[in-house]
Design a protein around this ligand. Structure first.
Ligand code: AMP
Length: 265
């Protein structure tokens, strides 16, 4: 059976490659029967995003051989309670240390997302790749960052996961997409941990994820109204960054997590 990768990116003030400001993006990996509805949904996301009206939308549809798809079990979700942005940042640094990131690199990554990780201080459409020991930035395109593509939940796994985490109040598309991405990124050889918070002005939450600690959701990592955010992938021992970035593009489907260490509030 064939699957399809659907990718969307939207920008204002011209295309991304012409210096336009990133508005929104989306990555799906679906069966043929979901193709039309998915394209429509991603287009709607692009046209109704709270960061503004795009004047450039790129939608790409590519067939993917199902035999090439790797299946991964979703990371367990843990919620970390914090009462301020400052506490949120301290929790993020503490979790990154726990996952094996050096203190200076963890602190540098938090500061980078606070000020905007792009060279002009704005947001990137992809992620920063950071050396987990030295804090050096390694991504091959520091203005764009690296995008994780070709990933999704199986429809059954997504439904099952939503039912299970309903009592935690996180059974929504945003957390599901972020959990799928974090599961894929932390499974790629060389990844030590990931730090993320959204650039959506109305969404102040984010997470630290690593294989060893799971997906730890932190409800407050920025002030309401801030249009800044991003992602940092901490790496160690990669042979070269191009190979690492290529592995982030390999097709992956997420299955429900069946291990005993489950979600906790
Ligand atoms: P979001 O959680 O969608 O608000 O995204 C927050 C930030 O994460 C964006 O500004 C991008 O820098 C980055 N990002 C979003 N989607 C991806 C992706 N598929 N791959 C890599 N980075 C991403």
């Amino acid at each position: 059976m064939d699957s399809y990768s659907v990718r969307m990116r939207a920008a204002a003030g011209g295309a991304h490659e012409a210096g336009g400001r990133h508005i929104s993006g989306g990555e799906r990996l679906i069966g043929a029967e979901e193709l039309e509805a998915t394209v429509q949904k991603l287009l709607r996301r692009a046209l109704t995003h709270e960061l503004g009206q795009p004047d450039f939308v790129n939608l790409t549809v590519e067939k993917v051989d199902s035999a090439d798809i790797t299946q991964l079990q979703a990371l367990p979700v843990i919620q970390r309670e914090v009462h301020s942005v400052c506490e949120g940042h301290a929790a993020a640094v503490e979790l990154l240390l726990q996952a094996g990131v050096a203190l200076s690199a963890a602190q540098k990554a938090v500061a980078l997302l606070v000020h905007g990780p792009a060279p002009d201080g704005g947001v990137m459409r992809g992620a920063v790749v950071m050396d987990a020991d030295t804090g050096a930035r390694l991504e091959s395109d520091p203005a764009r960052g690296v995008r994780v593509t070709q990933l999704d939940w199986t429809p059954q796994a997504l439904e099952g996961w939503k039912q299970r985490v309903m009592p935690l109040g996180i059974a929504n598309e945003r957390v599901a997409e972020a959990l799928a991405l974090a599961t894929k990124v932390t499974a790629v050889a060389g990844t030590v941990a990931e730090l993320c918070w959204s650039d959506d002005p109305s969404y102040v939450g984010g997470y630290v994820a690593a294989k060893s600690i799971g997906y730890v959701r932190i409800p407050q990592l920025k002030e309401l109204g801030s249009p800044l955010g991003g992602r940092v992938f901490f790496v160690r021992g990669i042979r070269n960054v191009q190979e690492y970035e290529a592995a982030l593009q390999a097709p992956v489907l997420i299955l429900e997590q069946t291990e005993q260490r489950g979600e906790q509030a």
